[in-house]
Write a protein that binds this ligand. Structure first.
Ligand code: TXA
Ligand code: MG
Length: 371
């Protein structure tokens, strides 16, 4: 009898452990994640093993200055396939390749133009992805069949050492299940990707919080395909800038886009969200108040928190840098409030504000009021 109770207990405990830490099969292999903590201690020697793992075809989540990435050897087609499986990503959405020096770039791309050279000098290492013509070594599942490839040289130390240790370029999309906000906080990443990747390297909360600016130079002009920390104003110092219209417009039907990622539902919570903006702060606050019901949540600038007399409110930060850093983890919290509507204060589309508004509009599925 006693033995039976013990055995039953053990089975229940085992079942619970299994449920909490489900093991997934990616690339035909059972996954068990190893966690490397580089949050407080800079023990970079732990990155030797992780670098080797990337070279051997494993999946490694690593921090960058923008958001976390799920990395794999960009020259290993099978490893890259694992990224798509782990994220549940559509295979027509290409990945960004991360490098740590310019020698690596020469091996991967051709026809580097004079404007691209100026951009590299000015902004690398840093949060700028440049689209180039690809060389043959890059498998087509990295570029989703395109003849171009997005490359970036991150400035985050852990990312740089990881790439250097691996000795190969690292293909890495943001660390999140497709459609969810990009991973900036390790707790969210663990919840979504535990046992779907081989390693998770914890480097603390990411600095910028929004993904890199993605650009392509066409006919001597810089087209912004995704806005980010490197702003239109920054890029204008190098050449004329065109902000792609799809950054703020919903894509209809089979409309052709310059960057496949623009097509996908992204960042959106399940709860209905509405974005409100006016350059007149008083009018903005009045409109938010008017839209708020008993069962809604307001996301606003910290300095406006006191102006709203409602139960559910979340401060986004005091300035654009703080809002950018917090926005994805805040969007992930929204559904836990169990409200009918989320009302989000917008910001001016200048500087980093362009990138923030791009992500918020998508989170609100283009449900937008401007006064
Ligand atoms: O900050 C970042 O860029 C992060 C970190 C991990 O580096 N990565 C990231 O990757 O945000 P991902 O996969 O979530 O977004 C890549 C975006 C997608 O919108 C994709 O369509 C676009 O870049 N992209 C990649 N290659 C492209 C190409 N050859 N042409 C046009 N767009 C491309
Ligand atoms: Mg992404």
């Amino acid at each position: 009898m006693y033995l039976n109770v013990c055995l039953d207990g053990a089975i229940i405990v085992l079942a619970c452990v299994k449920l909490r830490h489900a093991v997934y099969i990616i690339r035909g292999e059972m996954m068990e994640t190893k966690y490397i903590n580089l949050k407080e201690v800079n023990s970079y020697e732990k990155l030797v093993e992780a670098g080797q793992a990337v070279r051997d075809g494993k999946l490694v989540v690593f921090p960058t200055e923008t958001v976390y990435g799920i990395g794999a050897n960009a020259l290993d087609e099978k490893a890259v396939l694992g990224i798509y499986e782990a994220k549940g990503r559509n295979n027509d959405n290409p990945l960004i390749v991360h490098i740590y020096n310019l020698d690596m770039l020469d091996g991967l791309v051709k026809n580097i133009g004079s404007i691209e050279k100026l951009l590299i000098n000015k902004f690398w290492p840093g949060p700028l992805t440049i689209i180039f013509d690809k060389k043959e070594v890059i498998p087509y599942n990295v570029t989703a069949g395109l003849e171009t490839v997005g490359i970036r040289m991150p400035s985050n130390k852990v990312a740089q050492i990881l790439i250097e240790n691996s000795g190969c370029p690292i293909a890495a999309p943001s660390a999140n299940i497709s459609g969810k906000p990009s991973g900036t906080d390790i707790a969210d990443i663990k919840q979504e990707l535990w046992n779907k990747v081989d390693y998770i390297i914890d480097g603390g909360m990411t600095d910028i919080g929004l993904e890199s600016t993605v650009i392509q130079v066409i006919d001597k002009r810089i087209h912004i395909l995704r806005p980010g920390k490197i702003t239109a104003e920054d890029l204008r110092e190098v050449a004329d800038v065109i902000i792609d219209k799809h950054i703020f417009e919903k894509i209809e039907g089979n409309e052709k886009v310059k960057s496949p990622g623009m097509k996908y539902k992204h960042y959106a919570p399940n709860t209905k969200c509405i974005l409100v903006y006016s350059e007149n702060e008083k009018m903005l606050v009045e409109k938010v108040k008017e839209l708020a019901t008993y069962n809604s949540l307001i996301m606003c600038k910290n300095q406006n928190l006191d102006k709203y007399n409602v139960k559910n409110k979340l401060g986004m930060g005091n300035n654009l840098e703080e809002i950018s850093k917090n926005i994805f983890s805040l969007l992930r919290k929204v559904d836990s409030y169990d409200v009918d509507l989320v009302i989000i204060e917008g910001v001016a589309r200048e500087g980093l504000g362009l990138a923030i508004m791009n992500r918020l509009l998508r989170a609100c599925e283009y449900n937008y009021v401007e006064l």
